[in-house]
Design a protein around this ligand. Structure first.
Ligand SMILES: Nc1ncnc2c1ncn2[C@@H]1O[C@H](COP(=O)(O)OP(=O)(O)OP(=O)(O)O)[C@@H](O)[C@H]1O
Ligand SMILES: [Mg+2]
Length: 463
């Protein structure tokens, strides 16, 4: 992008007034030189009340010691992502994450700026979830409610040889009761696998709690996971974190590679020692939690690009489940398409019975970056558009219709390879159904046991 003019002060202040964060800047004497509308709304004052005034004059409840802006002017050290809770002049409690940094010009301190993100709503929601989970837990202990898990292994539909093998591992992994890492692109079905592991395990009657590590700012994630003690920061209460609430059960940490590295170190200590320490607490508490983590990139890439600590990776990698992307699961497109057609037939009271073969041709050419979730939404769209018994290309979202049908032979698999893949997939499916019993699997496949044994060896299938 070319910059044609240097922004004027008015332009800069218009920009700073149009963002979501509250901004308060002072010169090196502590006099306010910039204060935006969001800051004024949070503090319950007007911009004019603060602009041009000294911090302590504008906010009489602050002191030289408690004002982070004045502290930064004194120490010249930034204060990064500090959670803060305060009551504004109008009596409203505001929770913010503050970053305060010194403004330097050629080694000289010329002021300080504080940027605060209001997370009152997210925090309240997070705390409500914790309280609800604590309540549910005590009810479960009293036998009032049974845990309802939405997904089990039979909900995972596949005809793909590699994925059938992953399904076969679930039972073994579930019984082992150790940490598990589930790896797969977005929409591949990680959540289904994680819930299935919990459901198959001895912990199935105990809590299953999921937390997305990308959804919260670092300090909030820390207090939600580990809990807080009264006074550990302004406004903090005695509250158990998710590790304590998931005691005897499973804690699912989704998008683990978004968890800040310092928290990953803390997580590793819990995994190693089996104890948690609430923020600000002296004592530790014993917890018995199985951790299942999910990431949507290759774990080695995460280690290499510094988003995952190697020691945590080795700790979790005792068991890893790799879920292949949909574009590599040749036989799943048809299977999942008919499954979703049935689902939406029922939901939308439609009566679609066939899918035109050109639709599948397109589906096999498309690379499905959103995987099964994207296929599900695509079918949902098509089912809304469909009128008769047949789904056709014209019912598909426009971006799919626009994929050019390639005229060359790219994408066509040699027949021998495709047949082998199909064979492996059927053999694995039979073995899965018979829990690895070769005799029974041979009966299902209607072939002699010796032939099946030979195929298992030839196709390199683990039983
Ligand atoms: N094998 C499958 N059989 C049936 N439904 C599936 C299968 N895999 C995924 N789905 C469906 O696809 C959707 C996405 O799956 P899921 O939420 O498990 O993906 P994810 O890997 O956790 O994605 P993200 O990384 O975005 O969280 C869900 O609605 C789920 O029901
Ligand atoms: Mg998920």
């Amino acid at each position: 992008m070319m910059i044609s003019t240097i922004p004027t002060n008015e332009m800069i202040s218009a920009i700073l007034n149009s963002i979501d964060e509250s901004i308060h800047a002072v010169d090196n004497n502590g006099m306010t030189i910039f204060y935006n509308q969001v800051a004024a709304e949070n503090d319950g004052v007007s911009v004019e009340d603060v602009l041009g005034k000294h911090v302590l004059e504008a906010f009489p409840s602050l002191t030289k010691e408690t004002s982070t802006l004045l502290k930064v002017l004194e120490t010249k050290q930034p204060i990064i992502q500090q959670p803060q809770r305060y009551e504004n002049i109008k009596g409203k409690f505001i929770d913010t994450i503050n970053t305060t940094i010194p403004i330097m010009l050629d080694d000289n301190l010329i002021g300080a700026v504080e940027i605060a993100k209001d997370y009152s709503t997210i925090k309240k929601l997070g705390e409500k979830v914790l309280d609800l989970q604590a309540r549910m837990k005590s009810q479960t202990k009293q036998g009032k409610t049974k845990q309802a898990h939405s997904y089990t292994i039979s909900d995972i539909l596949t005809n793909d040889a590699a994925l059938i093998e992953v399904k076969m591992q679930v039972e073994k992994v579930a019984n082992a009761d150790s940490a598990v890492l589930v790896v797969g692109e977005t929409g591949t079905g990680k959540e289904l696998f994680v819930q299935s592991i919990h459901h198959c395990s001895i912990r199935c009657q105990n809590p299953f709690i999921a937390q997305n590590c990308a959804a919260l700012p670092e300090s909030l994630l820390e207090s939600i996971l580990f809990g807080t003690t009264k006074g550990s920061y302004t406004g903090a209460l005695d509250r158990a974190g998710l590790f304590e609430l998931a005691d005897e059960g499973t804690l699912f940490l989704d998008e683990l590679n978004s968890m800040p590295l310092e928290l990953q170190a803390k997580l590793l200590r819990v995994l190693e020692d089996g104890v948690v320490r609430r923020i600000g607490d002296q004592k530790t508490r014993k917890v018995n939690v199985r951790v299942i983590a999910a990431i949507n990139e290759s774990p080695l890439d995460c280690v290499q690009n510094g988003t995952m600590r190697p020691d945590l990776y080795y700790r979790l990698n005792v068991f890893s489940l790799f879920i292949p992307p949909l574009r590599e699961r040749n036989f799943d497109i048809e299977l999942l398409t008919s499954h979703f057609v049935e689902l939406f037939n029922e939901r939308f009271s439609k009566n679609v019975r066939n899918v035109e073969h050109t639709v599948f041709e397109l589906f096999h050419q498309y690379n499905w970056p959103g995987n099964v979730r994207e296929l599900k939404h695509t079918i949902e769209h098509a089912m809304i558009m469909a009128e008769g018994h047949t789904l056709t290309v014209k019912h598909l979202p426009i971006q799919l219709q626009q994929i050019k049908k390639s005229t060359d032979t790219k994408g066509v698999q040699p027949l021998r390879m495709a047949m082998q893949e199909m064979e492996a997939s059927l053999v694995k499916q039979a073995l899965l159904q018979t829990k690895g019993n070769i005799q029974q699997a041979a009966v299902l496949l209607e072939i002699p046991r010796q032939t099946l044994q030979y195929k298992i060896q030839k196709l390199n299938i683990t039983v």
